[in-house]
Design a protein around this ligand. Sequence first.
Ligand SMILES: Cc1cc2nc3c(=O)[nH]c(=O)nc-3n(C[C@H](O)[C@H](O)[C@H](O)COP(=O)(O)OP(=O)(O)OC[C@H]3O[C@@H](n4cnc5c(N)ncnc54)[C@H](O)[C@@H]3O)c2cc1C
Length: 459
Amino acid sequence: MRSFLTAFLFLFCTGPALASAPQTYDVIVVGAGAAGLHTAGILKARGLNVLCLEARDRVGGRVFSQPIGDGQYVELGAQWMAFEGQHRLQRLVAESGIHPQTHSQLGKDLALSRGGTRTLKPGALDMSVLAQLDTLQVYLRLNRILRRVSVAEPWRSADLDRVSAADWVQGAAWTKESRDFWTHVINQETCCDSRTLSMLELAQNMATAGEVERLDRAEHYYFPQGLGALFRKMAADLGDSLKTGQRVLAVSENESRVTVTTDGNSYVARYVVLALPPQLMGELGIPSHLAGVADRMLEGRAVKMIAVYDSPWWRDKGFSGRVTSRDGQLDLVVDSSHERTGKGILVGLVSGPRSQAIGERSLADKQEIFKKHIHAAFGEWREPLQFYSHDWTGDVFTRGGYASHRPLGEWTKSQDALISPSGHLLFAGTETAREWRGFIEGALESAERAAAECESLLR
Ligand SMILES: Cc1cc2nc3c(=O)[nH]c(=O)nc-3n(C[C@H](O)[C@H](O)[C@H](O)COP(=O)(O)OP(=O)(O)OC[C@H]3O[C@@H](n4cnc5c(N)ncnc54)[C@H](O)[C@@H]3O)c2cc1C
């Protein structure tokens, strides 16, 4: 009898708890990159019950700082802050106490092409005078297009969505040199193949920077103490409202709630903000018209390689460390040395279609490619203390970089899908930004918009 009563009492007391629905959050944010962390941080500060779920064991997403000793870092993902216009990022940097540094201006810049290595005056283009004039007139035409594209409603310029960026350049440039230059710049900046990229996508993306000149100085400041510090601070501020190692596998809605399922757990919320790269959203079981847009996104491709030395030895040879190239293995090499510790750091980048084959190679192969490029430029190669690279395309939690883009015709077809709220789903992430799309600043701006949308819906 006693044991029957005990069992009855046990069931009476624990039964309802076992059967009760899981805690319902106001908002669940999926992804703890810049966009997800900032969205969750804003909502938490406004007193909402928020949970941020991150698949990786680290936060920051496409910002991935790698320690190299002495409290210094190199960046396997995002590295630079623009000279002007990125006020959200600037504020976070100031709050976290990390110090910006600029690239060395000393020494000669180099241009590497099949014809050999040439010294360049700062800011000069490696082409004939005629081609330079042609390049300028294409630039002016591009500027005119940017002024007429609406950042908020780009689909109103449907004519541009029917033309690929490559075809637009073909028609706008008179000389082969200028055509090759612009094709290379577009592939490099968008990390995509300009033949598949809509001209509207390119124009809208560039217009989000406000003024084109700002894009020229987007790679101005870098942070030897690591941009990761910003995101570690944002994560600490979230406390228990952040769970890492929680890969979201499915998101399903009914009339009033969304259930988010991870490997082993499920969570319920009134609204969910998807703050992960859009090309990953199609896997989550979101409505098919949205999944279709996600699946059609063009994944950018970029490979970064970093060599760390005791000192910037190339400066002793009179070189700034900056090497541009249109037909070499890498597009760009820059000196990102750390002045405080004196460490010499060379960062190499290759992006767009050419980077695919390189991205898939082993770290040793990548170092060999880097070595040949540096040797061709400086006439010498020295073994680095450390060498790093990260394959963002092969990384299942990013699948591409710097950002993904809409293909031909997509803006006209899907308009603001995967940007504006749909049912109980909201969207953040740099790909949804109206300012500095493709940059950290864009991710932060998108977070502010998504947080405001959440607040307004919850009200
Ligand atoms: C090589 C490289 C260089 C770059 N250089 C610069 C630069 O110099 N300056 C600059 O401003 N920008 C740069 N960028 C772009 C910048 O990194 C991004 O714009 C920005 O970091 C994007 O932030 P986000 O929050 O939108 O997305 P992400 O950083 O991609 O964050 C998304 C998060 O979602 C998580 N996630 C994915 N799937 C799931 C899932 N199923 N469940 C839970 N979580 C999930 C991911 O792990 C990630 O943490 C660069 C990018 C790359 C790749």
